[in-house]
Design a binder for this molecule. Sequence first.
Ligand code: ADP
Ligand code: MG
Length: 265
Amino acid sequence: PSPLGEHGPARIIAMCNQKGGVGKTTSTINLGAALAEYGRRVLLVDFDPQGALSVGLGVNPMELDLTVYNLLMERGLTADEVLLKTAVPGMDLLPSNIDLSAAEVQLVSEVARESALARALKPLMNDYDYVIIDCQPSLGLLTVNALTAAHSVIVPLECEFFALRGVALLTETIEKVCERLNPDLRLDGILATMYDSRTVHSREVLARVVEAFGEHVFHTVIGRTVRFPETTVAGEPITTYASNSVGAAAYRQLAREVLARCHVE
Ligand code: ADP
Ligand code: MG
């Protein structure tokens, strides 16, 4: 992919699956880092009160005074007061911590409660090419905010037995948000993660996912490797931690697919 002369308007991608442990946070960090390597300006939004995305980028969520929570709830606060630069050139982070769990409750009584995140991101749109929102494992109001702000959704699916369980509920939620709040929202793709080519089981699950979603499945498949848990401890993306690894190559391939598939309209 060729470098860009100028940046924005950003395409917003929600990384979403209400199941935990399927690779949402890992995919957010590494897709973001790979897009940044290709010269794109990237903003990662930690939208899970657990703060795993922030931790994965070497930030201690407990030490933060300002997080995405403040940006959602406080008028007059600007994003640059909350933004953090990451070690990856061109990639910034809107961090979060447990404070964000209060937003789920506090937003309920707000006007246009589903579009708080969209409003908060709006002033940033011309500063970035991609904004990736790392959703929490639920379909609650925070995730609905992410889907309302997004142009498209990527759904990481673990190549495990019950992977497809719950996907119907997720696609229903996406359809509802599409009907009521965000008519332009679309499903970019299903991303198969934690694939183990040595097991028949993994291959069978992947075949079923392709059968169910056809063209919506990314050609890139993310293999299972301990390199990913290692990167969390290191607090950096696999693209810098183990630049020549299979995992880094996979996320670079995904980035090229995203650049080709989810072009900015
Ligand atoms: P989620 O955000 O959906 O809960 P994570 O990205 O945090 O999922 O991944 C859950 C755990 O699995 C983490 O410990 C992560 O390091 C690990 N992991 C993620 N992707 C892979 C992979 N491809 N192979 C092996 N472990 C992985
Ligand atoms: Mg996560």
